[in-house]
Design a protein. Structure first.
Length: 180
């Protein structure tokens, strides 16, 4: 498989994942937007709940866990060093793997990790919306929206993250073929 074919495969992967990213962003931003419009038109006040402080603390802890998990996944999986290591491990595990299969395995794995990060970013936004509907306190909704949207934006499937991937794949399997 030539480098051009691998580049085309990566481009198809990017188009597919960008569509999925857009769906997640559009859905969560729409839910937030509908809630914000409701908030602005009704001028609701915070419910006097005896357990409001507990709900606030629980939602904050959940938001922190989501944010730190997103940060951890991003630092671990979305680097060229990880891509190279993944391909080297794959070539050691499966001795007769082809370049095409390796590219498919890597894009599938990275696609799953990207979606996990996006779902967590969307969950941050939805956590704020749920908190608002439960308490009518809009402050957390806005904060969680900003943090979740920021997470979604910085984890957009950019081409520059994957631009060297075809060369890494061919370099890894070219040296493997020479060794054997």
């Amino acid at each position: 498989m030539e480098i051009k074919e691998t580049e085309k495969k990566i481009e198809r992967f990017l188009k597919k994942t960008r569509l999925q990213w857009q769906i997640i962003v559009l859905t969560t931003v729409s839910v937030y937007g509908i809630t914000l419009i409701y908030r602005l038109t009704t001028h609701s006040t915070t419910k006097a709940l005896s357990y409001l402080r507990a709900i606030n603390l629980i939602s904050f802890v959940i938001a922190l866990i989501l944010a730190f998990t997103i940060f951890h996944l991003k630092r671990k999986y979305f680097r060229l060093r990880f891509f190279r290591q993944y391909l080297e491990d794959l070539s050691l595990k499966v001795s007769e793997i082809q370049v095409k299969e390796a590219a498919q395995n890597l894009t599938t794995f990275i696609g799953q990790k990207l979606k996990t990060v996006w779902y967590m970013g969307g969950a941050l936004i939805l956590l704020g919306v749920i908190y608002y509907w439960w308490t009518y306190d809009a402050w957390n909704m806005h904060v969680y929206f900003i943090v979740g949207l920021y997470s979604l934006m910085i984890n957009y499937p950019r081409r520059d993250l994957f631009i060297d991937l075809p060369y890494i794949i061919h370099e890894t399997f070219k040296t493997e073929q020479k060794v054997q």
